[in-house]
Design a protein around this ligand. Structure first.
Ligand code: FE
Ligand code: FE
Ligand code: ZN
Length: 300
């Protein structure tokens, strides 16, 4: 079982990410190489990196199971302002270089939002941009995340993902499944075997390099994209556990992006990470109906 969560990239960079992941009992993790909302990036510190590599070795964590997530501000689908589109391309190239410096093999990318373009134009813009970025020699592969279809998001259906993959000349590109997004996009996660069969026919299972394991706050086909804690959403614990333990995706890292827990029912601020408890629950394979209470108890 390869299971972890998204973690911070703090002042001690990947070493901090790794220590956070270890504190959750994870053997995989996903990081942003800086704030996801902005483009401020610190130089990669080799001392932290070497320390992290040593510690990963001691804890049997492979670089194959460390994932980077590209910042949200990148939008390859919208070419209305050429400057912004060009900036998205050059910034994504920079992020890939940072991943290569760190030895990270996969970077998750939201395909993009078409905004005022049609879906087809949006997808063509993504393909055009990716052909400037993706090449066979890169040691870090872009993996396209399946989206909920909120607003004008491209990449909601497998057909859209396939269209992008087909348009990119290099085959050095993969896919990241997000169970919350798939549910909200209209795919039934209680029939995951059938979904994988469809995926295999259209795209090929070997393209799946990461799974974001999230429950959803909304019903199937809602196009909302609001993640819920494991077992507390509409997908449910048993379905998520089956996805986690699916034989065909055995070697693919599963990453939790579930919401933080608030202090009290009345407080809105989300302060406690749920991952240690969600990972434990998933490893044991038994739903903990006191999940939220246990998390509050532990961190208070
Ligand atoms: Fe994402
Ligand atoms: Fe995701
Ligand atoms: Zn999401």
């Amino acid at each position: 079982m390869i299971l972890g969560s998204h973690v911070h990239f703090g002042s001690d960079q990947i070493l901090g990410s790794l220590n956070e992941a270890l504190s959750y009992g994870a053997n995989a993790f996903m990081l942003y190489t800086g704030a996801p909302q902005n483009t401020l990036r610190s130089k990669i510190n080799l001392e932290y990196l070497n320390e992290a590599l040593k510690l990963m070795n001691e804890n049997n964590i492979s670089m194959d199971n460390v994932i980077c997530h590209a910042p949200y501000i990148i939008n390859l689908a919208n070419k209305e302002k050429l400057d912004s589109w060009n900036f998205s391309i050059s910034f994504l190239k920079q992020e890939i270089t940072r991943c290569e410096e760190l030895g990270i093999k996969y970077i998750v990318l939201h395909p993009g939002s078409a905004v005022k373009h049609t879906k087809e134009e949006g997808i063509n813009n993504i393909i055009e941009a990716l052909n400037f970025i993706v090449n066979d020699n890169s040691k870090c592969m872009i993996i396209l995340e399946t989206m909920a279809g909120k607003g004008s998001e491209c990449g909601r259906t497998l057909e859209e993902i396939k269209a992008i993959l087909n348009g990119v000349h290099s085959k050095n590109i993969g896919v990241c499944l997000d169970t919350c997004h798939l549910n909200d996009a209209g795919y039934d996660m209680s029939k995951f075997e059938e979904f994988l069969e469809e995926f295999d026919k259209l795209i090929g299972l070997d393209k799946i390099k990461c799974v974001h394991l999230n429950d959803s706050k909304n019903i199937i086909g809602s196009h909302k994209d609001r993640h819920a804690n494991i077992g507390l959403g509409t997908i449910g614990f048993d379905n998520l556990l089956k996805i986690l333990n699916n034989e065909q995706l055995k070697n693919v890292p599963k990453i939790l992006e579930t919401p933080y827990i608030n202090k009290e029912d009345t407080e809105r601020e989300l302060v406690y990470p749920p991952y240690k408890f969600e990972i434990k629950m998933l490893r044991e394979g038994i739903f903990n109906s006191n999940l939220i209470r246990d998390i509050r108890e532990y961190y208070k």
